[in-house]
Structures are given as C-alpha cells and as structure tokens.
Design a binder for this molecule. Sequence first.
Ligand code: AMP
Ligand code: MG
Length: 649
Amino acid sequence: MTTPPQPQDRASLDQDQFLKILSREEAVRRFDDAVFPRALPAEMRKLTDALGCALAEDVTARIDVPPFDRSNVDGFAVRSADLAPAGEAAPVRLALNGEVIACGTAPTLQVASGTATPIATGGPVPRGADAIVMVEHTQPAGAQGVEVRRAVSPGQFVSYAGSDIARGEALLRAGTVIGSREIGMLAACGIAEVKVARKPRVAVISTGDELVQPGEALPPAAIYDTNGAIVAAAIDENGGVATFLGAIPDDEAKLEAAMRAALADADMLVLSGGTSKGAGDLSHRIIGRLGKPGIIAHGVALKPGKPLCLAVCDGKPVVILPGFPTSAMFTFHDMIVPVLRKMAGLPPRADAKVNAKVPVRIASELGRTEFVMVSLVESRDGLIAYPSGKGSGAITSFAQADGFLRIDALADQMPSGTEAEVTLFTPHVRVPDLVIIGSHCTGLDLVTAPLARAGLAVRSIAVGSLGGLAAARRGECDLAPIHLFDDKTETYNTPWLAEGLELVPGWRRMQGIVFRKGDERFEGLGAKEAVAAALADPACIMVNRNQGAGTRILIDRLLGGARPEGYWNQPRSHNAVAAAVAQRRADWGMTIAPVAHTTGLGFIPLAEEHYDFALVTARKQRPAVQAFLEALASDDRRAALERAGFRPA
Ligand code: AMP
Ligand code: MG
C-alpha cells in the first residue's frame, strides 16, 4: 500500500505531473474535467444576428401557423355539399358573392349554400365555406356566376390553422444550432429575438520575437505570424468570438501583462509558441501565477503537437498551442475545439469520414498518436490517401490536403496498402478530375491554369520523379512529371518509362550557376570556369542539392570529386538554393533559370534539363487528360512558359 502524499511533497508532485507526457486521451479527460461542468451564459439576440448560435432554451410557438384556414390555390371558396352532384355532364352553377378575397384581405361575407367567393392563394377561407375549387376547374357562367363540373371533398385545398405549427408546440429545442431554416420557422411564428448561448470570447496571442504581422515588411530572420490569423478564424468557425491581441515578444513582463489583460475580458485564452520547457519559453511559467488550478497537462503524446500546454486559471481555459502552424492547428482542432464548442453550447462537430487505401508505408513514432495529412485521389480500386510529404512546419500541406488519418500511439508504422479512415477537412470531398503526381515545377501551374478556369479540379502532389513513376505504374495518377537523367544512354526520361506509360514532352529548364549580381568571382565567366574560380577561393561557400536530384548529378560532375565548403548543405528545392545565395549563407549553387531570375540573382547557364510527363496510357482518353494535353500544346500556354523562362519542347 502506498502512503498518500504529504503536504510538503505537494509542490514537487505537481511539478512531476507537468513534466510527464500524457496520452492524448488522458489529457482530454483532465482538461474536460477541469473546465466542466460550468454555467452556459445566455443572451438575447435578434433573429438577424442569431445565425450559428445555439438556442439556450426551448422555443414554444405562440401562434398557430398558418394563423387561419388558408386557401392553397387561386379559385373559389365553396360549400362541398353544394357540389356533390357535379360531374362532366352535370355542371353545377354557383352564384358569386360580392367580394374577392385577396391575400391579406379578411372576408366579410358568408358563403351561403349555392354561392362561391373568389379567393386567391393564401387568402383566409370565409365563414360557411369548407373547400376550394381551383379556377382551372371552373367556367364563368354569366356575370355573377361560375360553373363547376366536378365534386370536391371537404377540406380540399385548405390549410387549416395550426396545421404547420400549432400554438403551444415546442418549435425548437435548446441546443439547436440556428441555421436559415430555423430562422424561417422563428420568423413564421413572429419571433424577433431568441435566447442563445453567449458565444465564448476567446483572446488570441501569438508569441515570439521573430513574428511580424501580415502586411508589414519582413526583416531578415523574421517570419509572418500565421497562427494568429488561423487560430482566430478557427475559433470563429467553432462558435467562439476571437479577439486577436497581436504577437508579443518573448519578454516575460510584457507577456504576463498581455495575458492578464486578455483574461480580464475573455472567457478563454489561446496562445501559440514558446511551449517547450526550455529556458526561453515563458508562457507556461506565467500561467502558474494567473489562477487556480493552473497547468493541467504540459506535453501530450501527439504528433504533431507534443508541446501542447493545457491550463485552467480561475475557471478560464488557457491553452498554449505549439508554434509550428500545422502542429498548432491539429492540436487546436483535436483537443481545443471540443471544449470550445461545449462552452458555446454547440454539439460536437460531426466530421465527415471516408475510407481510403494508403499507397506507401508511413513511418510513425511509437508512443505518440500521429496525425498525417493526406490528399485523396481515385484509382482503379477506390480512394487512395496520399500522405503529405511536407513536415510539421508546412502550412501549405493543410491547404492541399483533403483530410488526415490517425496512426495509433501503439503503432510504429502504417503499412502500405492499409485501408485507413480519413477525417475530411470539409464534408464535400471532390475527387480531382486530373491527378499529377511526381516532380513539381512552377511551369506546371501555368499549364493547368486554363483547366482550373474551366472548372476542372487539378490535384498535383509533389513526391519527386521516382515517386511519381511508381504512382503512375500503380495507376494512381494520370501524369507523372519527371526529370530523370539516364547515365548509360545520356538521355532524359525515356529510359525510365515502364510498360503502360508513354512520354509526353514537357519543357526544358536551363540549369546553371547562381551568384549574387556583382560578385567579381563569377561575373562574365562560363559555368566550368565559375566553378574553378569558386574552388580556388577558400572563402567561397557553395550550396548543394539533395542526393537523387537531377541538379545534384550536374553539380557532382562539375566538381569532379571536390568537396568545397557548403557541400554538405543539401536543400531539396531550387528555391532553397536561390534563397541561400541571396541571403549570403552561400555564394554559389545550381538552380534553374526562372528561379534565379525571380530571386534577382546572376545566372550562368550550364545545361538544359528535360521536364516531361509519363502519361498513363489507359487514362489518356479521360477528358481532363485531353484538356491538359491541349493546354500543353497551345500557343498561349507555350508563350506563358517562355515568359516564365522555360523552353517548351
Ligand atoms: P516555438 O515553440 O516558439 O519555439 O516555435 C516553434 C516554431 O514555430 C518556430 O519555428 C517559430 O518561429 C514557429 N512559430 C511560432 N509561432 C508562430 C506563429 N504565430 N506563426 C508562424 N510560425 C510560428
Ligand atoms: Mg517562439
């Protein structure tokens, strides 16, 4: 039997608890227990402002709808008994009463036996009448009469008072989310204001010395604050009202002042960044001073999102999201949205899910619940979920993905071929018309632009040339863009094709040396001389490319076995090479001409690389593929490629 903790152990026990990584489920449970139950404050809202709010109480109809017996058609109010003998061969003549009941006109005359009153759709049925005859089923009979050739049953074309909504009926239940249909029902009952759960006010603070707001100039080493905008929007999407308080530098006093000011007004505070347990990370240390009980969980076995910090300060949830935007979003949606919606009186979000097969093995960290963003494409045998290739810092992976899948904490991988459940970001998943998987190039967007304008959904997934070829062989895409050099034949692409694939020539990209304009070491030289000059200067630093890149093959040939400083800096994209040179982290590297030009760098051309397409022959006749081939061959797109620095094949 263990002894209960003694009071003097209390502080160290709490400390340990914060340092411990909790499972996702345990963290969710503890956070929920600390926030709920709680009273849901309510407020009156005008119907026009109530969209998306949750009703705080049942709404009872105070009138009947319709409020009176109402005609459903244009015609004549009659007594059905008068028309019992009517038939094709036996017309019955009714005398017209001296009024016409238009919409909004209260009748004044009784419909006596043998008479009829003209009535419009929506008009109140007059006293004495019990049915309506459609005007189409009558004929004029003199100035003051009408002839009817068919019998009517009592109640024909009459909507009785209260038949739609009955006075005293529970119209809408507490908790119902008000949409346009609910607003319509409330308006029909004459209700102008409703009591709704007050939307939680959520303060949002970004933290970090490196953050600047969109719209401002970007100084060296700074980045734009992404989390502020994305978290505020996600709060509004989930029933809260976000107030963004800006990015606060990593300064304990400033941050504490901002957090205190935020909590004075808001029901909840969401911060991002600075959640690691390192010395520079402040927010979680401040939380302990802001109210009880303080930190509930710091460190959750999630990927992305491990450093998430959950706290409650005097009844108000305080959350510190991880700094990386995708980590921030996953943890926000997975762990914070349920609490926020509950505080807003909203039901849990109903996420749409689909099953899809995973085409490649996905490695996963044992012990952490892992979320992997995926793009969906259709193949011969159902949906395929492509994992996004970018890391947890990549914001575009969110925009390009259709949803995400979850890998259990106890699994160290998801094997290729697994049938996985994909949670969709939006309920309407649209399988793309054209799927391009392979190497990415900015020229691609120029060619697909007219397809997008014509309403075709184009999905391009960047997995590199070899990954694209594999996808094409499995029939998962229409086209695989590739730029693979074959050493034996000294040709591009064709030797790499497999059965069932054919080559569609794309364009040529000039590869060359980039340097900062005005750098005397390179100005005016050819590529080989430029590299020789670089090798001759020990202060000159290069930037390389990753193993397997076509560009890398060219660089290695030029270097001929030399390993100058910078050789091991091996970024994976043309743009990263240009950025390294432009920002003076390196003095030279190799990239393609369009990238050199948009970055404003000097460029020494070396060799043209062939960027072509492996087309899956079986999919050639698909309309979107035909549209792509047409665009590729069009004068207009060829000119656009040329303007961007490519040379169409
Ligand atoms: P931190 O936890 O503060 O060390 O942040 C981790 C990473 O996320 C760093 O690369 C930060 O620059 C980045 N980051 C933090 N906050 C934001 C933000 N609001 N917008 C974009 N990136 C951020
Ligand atoms: Mg930071």
